[in-house]
Design a protein around this ligand. Sequence first.
Ligand code: SF4
Length: 375
Amino acid sequence: MLPTRQTRTIHVRDLPIGGAAPIAVQSMAATQTRNVAATLRQVQLLEEAGADLIRVAVDSAADVEALAEIRGASSAPFSVDLQENYRLAETVARHVNKIRYNPGHLHHHEKSKPIEDKVRWLVDVARAESCAMRIGVNAGSIAPDYKERFPGDAVSAIVASAADHCTLLDEAGFTDYVVSIKDSDPRLVVEANTRFAERRPDVPLHLGVTEAGMPPEGVIKTRIAFEQLVSRGIGDTVRVSLTVPFDDKGTEIDVGRSILADIEAGRFRSVPPNFFDGLNIIACPSCSRVENERFIELAEEVKRATKYAKEHDLTIAIMGCRVNGPGETDDADIGMWCGPKTVNLKRGEETIGTYSYDAVMGELHKELDRQIASR
Ligand code: SF4
């Protein structure tokens, strides 16, 4: 038996989330949304795998048009990820049942408009179209003012950002919302969600370890977070983020359900004490912004080819697009963010160079060997 949760129950169309409702398992299309055929295939795979909720991201008017077409292909509730362009909510809300916005992305458009006004506008749009909302905070994209207020303390920054946005929605009289607080490090996910749940025990939580990477490590990282949180009654819906070939996207739903079943049955996997030692490879799960599907093969190749360095405490981050890739690789020892034809190789925040998909592995080796030798 899972512990009783204290959160209120909200509804995403007919899907209850929170309170006594079963923990919903959801996932997201990994393809470019404007590629209708490829995204429809993602939706079908997720629905066949039993997804309770399917998320699709939009970046442009073309994506919104494509999503309207895709919507008709599935009976599952749909959530939309607004990425950085919150104004798209106005045209996309009628096609979906839930709107996710990231407080760390609201400053990109209409820079002079107060964040509070943008949130109130989003609430009005959601209310008019009977959509639920998700306040989706991510340690990789903390709003600039929270970074300033909490220098070097990502957990406090993301918990405060999530809690303040809850207050904005509460003040607008809107209660049909959930919160997510994610990072690629499951330890940070556990700490931040525990602190948030103490502060706002009434708000349903969407759990996930973002950029968990490839199986099996991506599954282990996710399991660590879910075991720690769900076993304490924290978490009302989950998303597993894995870097897998597009045709294997249903795996995320299967893994989510099997982790929840294990927790419910009391089957906890003990994590080796040294799991966090040595080489750490993080990789994004791909989304509508992905620029070349080949990045998934590249991530797998990096994992295979760097086994010789497994004893070294280094992080390699591989990201699928130019929008979030540059920022989300800044904290890694070696970063790779992938464009349509080339891969940008980084050392921390510094760019080493831009190489073809074929040439980048040789350059990665040189940099990895250099960093190992300098330790
Ligand atoms: S890095 Fe880019 S492609 Fe990957 S999940 Fe994030 S936004 Fe999507």
